[in-house]
Ligand binder design. Structure first.
Ligand code: ZN
Length: 223
């Protein structure tokens, strides 16, 4: 058998899928991942539980939506493609139906600036994209619009998307979004959440660095 192209990326996607289950942000086979490779992207296959994933099951696609082989890509390949095509700051896309993010998405609510960590998603809120049926171009269009100037969004009556320069960063952000959603949900049960100002969040975005990341610890500083 010919050697698999992009073996490292494929292995990382299998590991990240298992990690999503371990973290409890994945429900059944609902989560999926997209990772940029030369000339296109890899996407997780449709309908395969994380425990049964293998590097060879990741589907390589081009930006025209074509793929070879008999493994079908995730039904959400369109938004993976469109995000990776449109966003030069993203090399990975994480999608899942995490419980609290999805709960807010069912209410059609965005996450406002309840905590400074919202800046990790790039701005003072995490928007909720309007509902469109799974797998459709309409859903992808709504997601891209909700992600403008952001690295994460909710999808109404569906779930969430987090993007990043690496798969590890996108997965980290997905967990942060779910944490913020859980905190917001809990605060709503007890009263009216106090919000941070746009100015304050802008300052935190700035301090996280131009891309809303943690300040980089250089090899020199680590020693
Ligand atoms: Zn979904």
């Amino acid at each position: 058998m010919a050697r698999l192209r992009h073996l490292q990326e494929r292995k990382a996607m299998v590991a990240a899928s298992l990690e999503m289950n371990r973290l409890g942000i994945n429900q059944g086979t609902s989560g999926n991942l997209g990772v940029r490779v030369a000339g296109g992207f890899l996407v997780t296959p449709t309908g395969v539980p994380a425990a049964a994933l293998e590097p060879g099951l990741m589907v390589e696609m081009d930006f025209a939506g074509r793929f070879a082989g008999d493994v079908l890509p995730s039904s959400e390949w369109r938004f993976h493609r469109d995000i990776l095509a449109e966003r030069s700051d993203a090399n990975a896309v994480v999608h899942c139906h995490a419980m609290f993010a999805t709960t807010l998405a069912i209410l059609g609510r965005e996450i406002p600036p309840i905590h400074y960590m919202i800046a990790a998603a790039g701005g003072p809120n995490i928007r909720c994209a309007p509902y469109a049926r799974y797998g459709t171009q309409e859903l992808s269009d709504h997601a891209l619009a909700a992600l403008e100037g952001r690295k994460a969004c909710l999808l109404a009556n569906h779930g969430m998307i987090a993007i990043g320069p690496t798969l590890a960063r996108a997965l980290w952000l997905a967990v942060e979004v779910e944490t913020l959603a859980a905190q917001y949900w809990r605060a709503l049960q007890a009263g009216v959440p106090k919000l941070l100002s746009k100015t304050e969040i802008a300052a935190v975005v700035e301090s996280f660095g131009g891309y809303g990341q943690q300040p980089r610890i250089t090899a020199k500083r680590r020693r």
